[in-house]
Design a protein around this ligand. Structure first.
Ligand code: HEM
Length: 159
């Protein structure tokens, strides 16, 4: 059963059972691998935006970061946000309403549904570049699942 059907499935009691939504192993892989990204956060942020705008240059005007200082600020925002989200996986019940509100706010940032795939691809590419051989297929899968879940919750609430 997919994460989403577990989340939005008819059985409400199942939806709130943390372990049913994201396997503990997945959370652990994401949290542990993210620790290795933290020391290179500034570089990772730079890689992320470079990849993102290569994938879709039309996304540039959505971000207020026209100059380099602002871009750094944006990079910090990204890493702070990712840290919070990754830490939040330990308490998915509390994270879900936060993601739902976040998704709704993104509509005002002119973010469209399809942009979530682009951001996901840029994020995975960044992790691959940043972690090198430590970005194992298992870790890649864990991030794919976790990003997919977060994006689905945001999209479902927003569109
Ligand atoms: C899991 C997916 C995502 C997460 C967790 C996330 C998180 C955040 C957070 C925490 C903020 C700060 C503002 C706020 O809290 O309202 C933000 C801003 C923003 N995000 Fe996202 N985001 C995600 C996906 C996306 C996608 C797909 C796009 C599309 C390009 C995007 C574009 C933006 C933009 C343009 C801003 C405003 C920038 C600014 O005004 O400084 N985000 N995001």
């Amino acid at each position: 059963m997919s994460f989403l059907s577990k989340l939005f499935g008819k059985k409400k009691d199942v939806a709130v059972e943390e372990k049913e939504i994201i396997p503990a192993k997945t959370v652990e892989l994401v949290q542990t691998s993210f620790e290795a990204v933290k020391p290179i956060a500034a570089t990772a942020a730079e890689i992320f935006y470079t990849k993102l705008f290569e994938l879709d240059p039309n996304l540039k005007p959505l971000f207020p970061a026209a100059d380099e200082d602002k871009m750094k600020e944006q990079g910090n925002k990204l890493m702070t946000m990712l840290s919070a989200a990754v830490a939040g996986l330990s308490n998915i019940e509390a994270l879900i309403p936060v993601l739902q509100d976040l998704g709704k706010r993104h509509v005002a940032y002119r973010v469209e549904k399809s942009h979530y795939d682009t951001v996901g691809a840029a994020l995975l590419g960044t992790l691959e570049a940043g972690l090198g051989d430590d970005f194992t297929p298992e870790i890649k899968q864990a991030w794919t699942d976790v990003y997919g879940l977060m994006a689905s919750v945001m999209i479902e609430a927003a569109y």
